[in-house]
Design a binder for this molecule. Structure first.
Ligand code: GLN
Length: 474
């Protein structure tokens, strides 16, 4: 599959066309979607019209944008006007948003062609896409294994060469974890860098939209297009989008990188070996490697499973059978809401709503939610102290390679533990990227994670690029 950068160049210089690139993408989807269950909806008509319009504009000599004619997949928790948007939940079945997310408008303005909506764990709660109401997505590298989650469909779309790039959302690891399990580059940007307007909320203080790609260059290009201030999101950072592509090859000479014990301890041996090899590759590129311990990070998972469910219990209150999607009738309004929510939500979503409601209830608020907020502050301070000493941090993305279906789905705790290395940065609001480095069991990909202070995306991509070259995928 051509990279997004190559597709855009080819479309811009006329050696290919947006329609030809779309047809290639649609053919690949037709070939593998029944087996892998990546797309919940493919917008053949809309995408074809968009691609034709780009070709027409190009033939008139117009600049068709940095993503000219690049087919792209969108996680199905992003609103695109008129296109079914389900969050992989029965409760939203049949709902078509009356507006588009800011990032969807930006992608279209940059020439990208949204081809469809990808599967996820219901409301982005999960690490395997097994929680989707519409069946799990399979990992294209080994269909007996999960692609990770919750953005499993977006990761699988790129891993299966259905599109060169895709969009996911990351609340506790949902971009980085599936990127690691599918052998891709995936970034969670600084909180506020990318507008959340039109992203269906899970945990608003943690949710961030970000890119999936096969190459660091493509991930940087995609993030550059979607980032930057948006007045429609009150938490949007005031600055314009940073320049990222121009810095991908800046290198890492003279930088200090902290290798964080809490971000790889307990991982499989092959994962620890990859993290150590990545540290060595950075050293060879001129970095100083400093071994660090940040004990506060051990508390991240527990704090996350109070804060995220607490926010979710509030955010999901809006699915009442009145305003969105599905309704199951009842004797009176209360019975109707109860029946709608009972039928509409899956087991994991109900578990989170109950956890969150409990953590916020009078008498328990201080002991649970209040304590978790204190841990969050400690996490922010601990990262800030680390970044006073080093430029970036290095660790594992996940404890192991892609796991088999059913391996963790009956044990919520085992599933939650998959995000133990990714969650701390969400609590802090800092950016982090997962980049493939080395291989594990059955030759499956391993992702290593680079973490940085707020707005360090350019440096993170430069470091990821060093690893991409060292891993022989340049
Ligand atoms: N797996 C984590 C959860 O279930 C993270 C999900 C996410 O980042 N959306 O909450």
């Amino acid at each position: 599959m051509k990279s997004a950068q190559t597709i855009a160049n080819d479309v811009r210089d006329g050696s290919s066309s947006a329609v030809a690139e779309l047809q290639r993408s649609l053919a690949r989807i037709a070939e593998r979607n029944d087996e892998l269950n990546v797309f919940l909806y493919v917008d053949v008509e809309g995408a074809t019209a968009a691609a034709s319009a780009i070709d027409e504009r190009r033939s008139r000599g117009e600049d068709v944008g940095p993503l000219a004619g690049v087919p792209i997949a969108l996680k199905d928790n992003l609103c695109q006007i008129g296109i079914p948007t389900t969050c992989s939940s029965k409760i939203l079945e049949g709902w078509r948003p009356p507006y588009s997310a800011t990032i969807v408008d930006r992608l279209i303005a940059a020439g990208a062609v949204p081809v469809g909506k990808t599967n996820l764990d219901e409301f982005a709660m999960g690490s395997s896409t097994e929680n989707s109401a519409f069946g799990p997505t399979r990992n294209p590298l080994d269909p007996s294994r999960v692609p990770g989650g919750s953005s499993g469909g977006s990761a699988a779309a790129v891993a299966a060469d259905m599109t060169s790039i895709s969009i996911g959302s990351d609340t506790g690891g949902s971009i980085r974890q599936p990127a690691a399990l599918c052998g891709l580059v995936g970034m969670k940007p600084t909180y506020g860098l990318v507008s959340r307007y039109g992203l269906i909320a899970f945990s608003s203080s943690l949710d961030q939209i970000g890119p999936f790609a096969k190459t660091v260059g493509d991930a940087a290009l995609l993030l550059e297009v979607i980032a930057g201030h948006d007045p429609l999101d009150a938490t949007s950072l005031p600055e314009p989008a940073p320049s990222l592509v121009a810095h991908v090859n800046d290198g890492m000479a003279g930088k200090r990188v902290g290798l964080v014990r809490e971000l790889y301890e307990g991982a499989d041996e092959s994962v620890v070996a990859s993290v150590r090899a990545a540290a060595e590759a950075l050293r060879e590129a001129g970095c100083e490697i400093v071994e660090l311990s940040i004990p506060e990070l051990r508390l991240g998972l527990s704090a996350y499973y109070l804060i995220a469910p607490a926010e979710a219990s509030s955010n999901l209150a809006r699915y009442d059978g009145v305003r969105f999607g599905r309704r199951v009738d009842g004797e009176d309004v209360t019975a109707m809401m109860e029946a709608t929510r009972t039928a509409g939500f899956g087991a994991e979503v109900k578990r989170r709503i109950m956890l969150g409601t409990y953590a916020l209830s009078a008498g328990y608020y201080d002991a649970y939610y209040g304590q978790a907020l204190k841990v969050r502050t400690l996490t922010i301070q601990a990262f800030a102290r680390a970044y006073a000493q080093v430029d970036l941090l290095l660790g594992a993305t996940t404890p192991g390679v892609a796991f088999k279906f059913g391996e963790k789905s009956n044990d919520p705790m085992a599933m939650y533990l998959n995000d133990v290395f990714t969650i701390p940065t969400n609590l802090a609001g800092d950016p982090a990227v997962s980049v493939p480095f080395g291989r594990g069991e059955e030759n499956l990909p391993i992702g290593v994670q680079l973490l940085g202070p707020p707005r360090s995306e350019a440096q993170l991509f430069a470091a990821a690029r060093v690893l991409e070259i060292a891993d022989g995928r340049a």
